[in-house]
Design a binder for this molecule. Structure first.
Ligand code: DC
Length: 225
């Protein structure tokens, strides 16, 4: 059976990574969380105290860091210079910094190159913001996940609480709104649906329902190829 490239884009907390991970498991595809790569860049910048608006310093940083994503039964493992930073990149302050650093051309060029290299053989699901528009514009199957911001904020709020963090709901909502705005209005590879992406509203759906819906589209697409 043909092993295709599946792009799943959408705003923060729209259910991309959970759905992508479960679908990848079901159809035995590799799963790549591209947001984790921008988060790893942000973590590196924070640790090295880099001002991301200092182009020369940012270039030095990006030229010298080594980011790898490994897929495992539990999900993706993100390595920054061989250190497992999978937990550290989920800290709330990294989200906004990841969004800011991802607007920089030097960062996107390197990350997109890595993503294309990792996905080129097919049999892969990538989730992100620009997979269907920029990274793999010829991906055989593209989804764009959406959900009302209040529902996405509620999901993220519960996730953070489960990790023992205690942000207020308003803080989480504000952070998502800020990030949505920055990600969709930036000049480079903004968050927009590809013209041939299938829009899925995850607002009222269970995770199982989402995975089943994407799986149905996958089966239809595979049968056409
Ligand atoms: O998916 P995420 O929330 O972990 O992504 C963190 C940030 O990285 C997001 O706010 C924007 C950026 N990003 C991007 O610009 N392009 C991608 N393909 C994935 C993420």
């Amino acid at each position: 059976m043909k092993r295709i490239i599946i792009a799943i884009d959408g705003p923060a907390a729209s259910g991309k990574s959970t759905t992508a991970k479960l679908l990848a498991h079901k159809i035995r595809y590799l799963y790549l969380d591209t947001g984790a790569m921008y988060r790893a860049c942000a973590l590196a910048a924070k640790r090295q105290n880099i001002d991301i608006d200092d182009d020369a310093a940012l270039k030095r940083l990006i030229d010298n860091i080594h980011i790898q994503i490994q897929d495992s039964e539990q999900g993706n493992i993100t390595l920054l210079d061989s250190e497992d930073v999978s937990q550290a990149i989920r800290e709330p302050d990294i989200s906004l910094l990841a969004s800011a650093i991802s607007a920089k051309a030097i960062v996107r060029t390197k990350m997109v190159e890595l993503q294309r290299e990792m996905g080129k053989m097919g049999g892969v699901i990538l989730d992100g913001r620009d997979i269907g528009t920029v990274v793999f514009p010829r991906a055989e199957l593209k989804f764009f996940l959406i959900a009302p911001v209040e529902i996405r904020a509620q999901r993220r709020f519960l996730e953070l609480q489960a990790k023992g963090l205690s942000p207020s709901f308003e803080e989480v909502l504000k952070e998502l709104e800020e990030r949505d705005k920055a990600d969709s209005t930036r000049a480079l590879a903004p968050l927009i649906p590809a013209s041939d992406a299938i829009e899925i509203d995850t607002g009222q759906q269970s995770i199982e329902g989402q995975v089943a819906e994407l799986y149905r589209h996958y089966q239809t697409r595979i049968a056409e190829l």
